[in-house]
Write a protein that binds this ligand. Sequence first.
Ligand SMILES: Cc1cc2nc3c(=O)[nH]c(=O)nc-3n(C[C@H](O)[C@H](O)[C@H](O)COP(=O)(O)OP(=O)(O)OC[C@H]3O[C@@H](n4cnc5c(N)ncnc54)[C@H](O)[C@@H]3O)c2cc1C
Length: 697
Amino acid sequence: MARVLIAGAGPAGLCAASVLAEAGIAVTVLEAEPRLPENLRASTFQPPTLDLLARFGADRRLIEMGRIAARVQYRDRAGWVAEFDFGVLAGQTAHPYRVQCEQFRLNQVLAARLPEVRYGAAVDGVAQDESSVSVTLDSGETLQGDWLIGADGAKSRVREALGIRLEGFTWPERFLVASTPFDFSAVFPNLSDVSYFADPQQWFFLLRVRELWRVMFPTRPDESEAEIGSDAGIQARLQRIHPAAYEIRHRTLYSVHQRVAERYRNGRVFLVGDAAHLNNPLGGMGMNGGIHDAFNLADRLVSVIRGERPPDDLDAYERQRRPIALEYVNTISAANKRNLETRDPQEQRRWREELSRTAADPAAARAYVERISMITSLKKASLLLLLMLVLPAALLAQTFPARQVTVVVPYSPGSTSDLLPRAIAPLLSQSLGFPVIVENRPGAGGNVGAALVAKGESSGHTLLMAPSAILATNQWLYKELGYDPQKDLTPVTNAATTPNMMVVHPSLGAANLAELIALAKAKPGSLSFASGGNGTTSHLCGELLKTTAGLDMVHVPYKGPAPAAQDLLAGRVPLMCDNFSNVISHVRAGRLKAIALTAMKRHPQAPGVPTANESGLPGFEVSVWYGFAVQSATPRAVVQRLNAEIVKALRNPAVAERLDTLGLAIVGDSPEDFARFVAEESGKMRRLVQASGARVD
Ligand SMILES: Cc1cc2nc3c(=O)[nH]c(=O)nc-3n(C[C@H](O)[C@H](O)[C@H](O)COP(=O)(O)OP(=O)(O)OC[C@H]3O[C@@H](n4cnc5c(N)ncnc54)[C@H](O)[C@@H]3O)c2cc1C
């Protein structure tokens, strides 16, 4: 059964856990603290947040423990008021009001319903592979899961472990929140429970939470923490609001950041809440945004785990939620702060007039309330996703890539299939703007790595190095491939190709193809040829020579081209038809004799070697090509983008030189041309395999 690990028992982590647990999915919440913290932090629950929490009945509990705020006001000290009523949202939400209640109360309600919250369990390390993720706690214990949600707050260890940057800045001034039982509604007539006071000297924000009022002030960067947080310091600020004797119940001084993580996902790990974005509380994004993240992601995880949606649906989480965080951080919350603190009389007047006009116009007021209640942002998020579905391909490609791109090489390091993607990966990283890494997944003649990509995600972030064996040959050789190259993979581009070359040990005494054929015919069944293994191109090339020239030769398969070449060089086997790049250096050194190139044209690096075609075997062609492919459901626009970037990298002079030394000729064709080529080649390989009788089980 799938298990989801969640780091952090704040509102975001606990909401995600509640959604998953409700759906019957195993979930473990790991919380660093020995118990749920009860410090005062956010206390405003927005209408759409309450709608979401209603799934667990938590909305009712918050109303019981908190206070319904039906209106929000913007005021100044001279008596100006612009008021907005959340009642205009009736019909759009089951909660046309805000609820003021400390966030720790929500945490308590949610944690009590969960089967497993482990306290004193601080996540320290994160590791993942294709199918699982593991976390190491600071105690040294390791836990495994299928997915990990990093909901571990502003200083997220999960984010740090993944190396994800939190981009943005921190305001120079800190914010002071003090709470007092003093009733401000007695001194400001008709005061709403949420009120922002603009003031060129010192703006402030009043918010009523059941029996207390919370007052938030900005502080000056030059004030010391002791000064700000002292009784005298707090009293002085409160006295400027209204002269009275204040009892101070709580005080908190905190820095305010405007930051958004560069990515919300890395493989099987996601960031939600403050781990993903931080902003000043004036935008209301903080806790509410984190809860919206949590529901968005957890609902997707439920569908993917149940197999109702494809795994790459999880990418939509970042596509929907990150732009909203950016918009809040960069525009809405920053503008709120600017408007409240401005000292420019003209700007003050302009802002107030605009707010008064908006409040007086029902349609504009409704739009405004939708915006400050975060309903607009949620609508935008679904619109954004809808747009993604219908957007022109070019625009979709602009959103790709969103994270690291992995090229799976289905063979061991050091092979041409490995060296080629490694030669272009640095350039691809540059042009795609995300790291491009090469991962070797050898096994079963390349079928292990190929199946991994063919059956994996389809966002384009996982590419397969797909040589001819994978796309055209193995399907005719193996009973069980684990993937269907036609149905499960889409060709991106044929990067390069290299022909085979027939070479013999000099002691054989054959100077050209005609002499080799004559020798074989003179002693039927006595000439043997080496290959890198059953079904490899060196095997198939030998078999093709047998059938086209009517020869009787013995096949000697080796475990790969290297041991085959060793025996050939030692003269223990006289003939082989291997990759040009594997044998050319031995030919140049005089250790092997080149007989014929199995291509239609001579090779520029060995112009003196004739082709088999011109040596009496017309049409004789065996070559290896190295293409790239992606999972077949990858959007066309993404395939095109990958094609363009790979082809560009192949044409880079330094890459071209490197590939040339490997004996490779660059192709770099379009996805359509490559698909046609693959279809032709696969037909040809089927005939060849059938004629050779080769089979690998
Ligand atoms: C003083 C203060 C006042 C605030 N006031 C407001 C406000 O008025 N309005 C508003 O909208 N927002 C406010 N915020 C922000 C709001 O509290 C956060 O946006 C909200 O708590 C984010 O929820 P979260 O679940 O993402 O993170 P958190 O609530 O921070 O929860 C993270 C949890 O992860 C745990 N944790 C941390 N590291 C690890 C680890 N390595 N392993 C396991 N667990 C770990 C922590 O102990 C914590 O319980 C305030 C924040 C602060 C600090």
